[in-house]
Design a protein around this ligand. Sequence first.
Ligand code: MLT
Length: 202
Amino acid sequence: MTPDFIHEFVPGSSNRTLLLLHGTGGNERDLIPLGRELDPNAALLSPRGKVLENGMPRFFRRVAEGVFDLEDLQKRTHELADFVAAAADPYDIDKKNIIAVGYSNGANIAASVLLLRPETFAGAILFRAMLPLEPQKPLELANVRVWIGAGNYDPIIPTSETQRLVELLRHAGADVTVRFLNAGHALTPEDISLARDWLRGL
Ligand code: MLT
């Protein structure tokens, strides 16, 4: 395979794969420990975002904080979904058992994949996510399970934006668990333990 994204792959001992999507300024190694903490048995696939903002990797371009370049976002969403589909064969990934785990910018691209390429994920854990775009087509997410962790004091992702995402996903039939934590933008141990418990129950 000639993968389209710089990435890490860590084999697992179960048929679940976590697709790890880092935040702005992160890289493919950042979330490997988090992935292992969330599920010690899952395979981990962790790409690096291809867009650079002042040298910081991201998964799509933005015009300003919270204002996205929608054309680029759509293009990058399809690129990422294509990469995941293409990685399935060489890494022996069960396409029906891929759970996205995204933080911040990584959570936003994961949400965008849910909206534009819903067949890609069986579920998603989204830490500090917002509604990245308004889908133009009716959406069917009846078999998709999503856990969302928001920070009540997050200066980057207002809780109202997270709520818009929750409503849209629920409207499309997704099973959404959302937790509003007394936290800021950074991940907290509470996020991780709640998400891990949710994942164990899947
Ligand atoms: C984004 O650009 O996706 C959000 O503003 C979160 C972030 O800062 O990465």
